[in-house]
Design a protein around this ligand. Structure first.
Ligand SMILES: Nc1ncnc2c1ncn2[C@@H]1O[C@H](COP(=O)(O)OP(=O)(O)OP(=O)(O)O)[C@@H](O)[C@H]1O
Ligand SMILES: [Mg+2]
Length: 325
């Protein structure tokens, strides 16, 4: 199993009679970003807690950093860092003191602890705030401190449970930059997120957790291919033009209120030209034409809707949520 930072086979976990993880497999190569997606309550945090040795699984062959979690949890623990979904920052002490506390926990010498803390505070843009109580930090600052604290022990494998939830777009981008940097340095990142865009940006591979199982797994591109949700949308302001266009484009889905038409399309030049040619031939001009290619949101909605659990490749995808781009 060399080359895999995380290898889980048949991972099971129940709480009472609720099966949270129903025998899932996860393989994460070293130096890559793996993203676990799933709706609230899907079991993402549970998976993170188990793989980071905070909670024990009911069953499964679990290896982290090559160490068997059942017999070598201590050795695995030495290689990992975890940033939980909820902050581990102590608000009563300063950012710097939080960092030094972590350094102590990792048995760094006083001098080494101060060096590492200073370096990380600098890297996470927290030098100015370092001497202030963490309770006075903004959400984004706290989140940055949280992750800086995780890095004190120079872990080779990092678990980040929703690292950017609640961050503004700029802070989110900063965090993405930090994660990319870590991976460039050979660190493996196991990430959960509610933001599909984030998984799309960062992850080498993505797994969608639903009903205790992995509903789909692959690269962002592979997942998008599962959902044939591409379409062209035409919007009109003149009801008469809308009517004529509907006549010229049989098979288009009509929305009488929004005055739109929607046609299945792969978004290719040929496809678009065919639509435009027919409109031209009928002497109709649309006010707006948008091309919608399926994105991870579509995949997510299709795979995690309450409809019967889809197979790995859904044959009857749900109509994706409309987002005009
Ligand atoms: N300690 C616990 N005792 C009982 N049930 C639990 C416990 N921890 C989690 N659960 C249940 O397990 C399920 C999965 O929870 P988990 O926190 O892993 O979900 P999640 O995917 O992280 O959700 P979210 O997106 O809201 O963070 C939920 O139904 C939750 O209520
Ligand atoms: Mg969670």
């Amino acid at each position: 199993m060399t080359g895999l930072a995380i290898a889980a086979h048949g991972l099971r976990k129940s709480y009472g009679d609720k099966t949270v993880l129903d025998g899932i497999d996860l393989n994460v190569p070293q130096g890559t970003v793996f993203s676990l997606l799933g709706p609230n309550g899907a079991g993402k945090t549970t998976a993170v807690k188990i793989l980071s040795t905070l909670v024990t699984a009911d069953a499964g062959d679990l290896r982290v950093g090559g160490h068997d979690l059942a017999s070598q949890a201590q050795a695995a623990r030495a290689e990992i860092g975890v940033t939980g979904q909820f902050s581990a920052v102590d608000g009563l002490i300063t950012g710097e003191e939080n960092m030094l506390l972590m350094a102590d926990l990792h048995h760094l010498s006083k001098r080494e602890g101060r060096r590492v803390a200073a370096e990380l505070l600098e890297r996470f843009d927290l030098v100015e705030a370092a001497k202030k109580p963490a309770s006075t930090y903004s959400g984004g600052m706290k989140r940055r401190l949280d992750i800086a604290m995780t890095l004190v022990g120079s872990p080779r494998i990092i678990f980040l449970d929703e690292p950017t939830t609640g961050l503004d777009p700029r802070s989110r981008h900063t965090m993405w930059g930090i994660i990319r940097e870590l991976v460039t340095g050979g660190v493996t990142v196991f990430l959960t997120t509610q933001y599909l865009e984030e998984a799309d940006e960062l992850a080498d591979r993505i797994a969608v957790l639903h009903d205790g199982r992995i509903a789909a797994e692959g690269t962002a591109q592979e997942l998008k291919r599962l959902i044939p949700g591409g379409h062209v949308r035409l919007r009109f302001s003149d009801p008469a033009a809308h009517r004529s266009a509907a006549a010229a484009l049989p098979g288009a889905a009509r929305d009488e209120e929004a005055l739109t038409l929607q046609l299945p399309s792969d978004g290719s030049q040929r496809d678009l030209r065919a639509v435009l040619d027919r409109l031209d031939a009928a002497g109709i001009e649309a006010d707006e034409l948008t091309v919608h290619t399926p994105d991870l949101d579509d995949v997510f909605f299709a795979l995690t809707s309450s409809a019967p659990a889809p197979a790995a490749v859904p044959t009857q995808p749900n109509q994706p949520q409309e987002t005009v781009r």
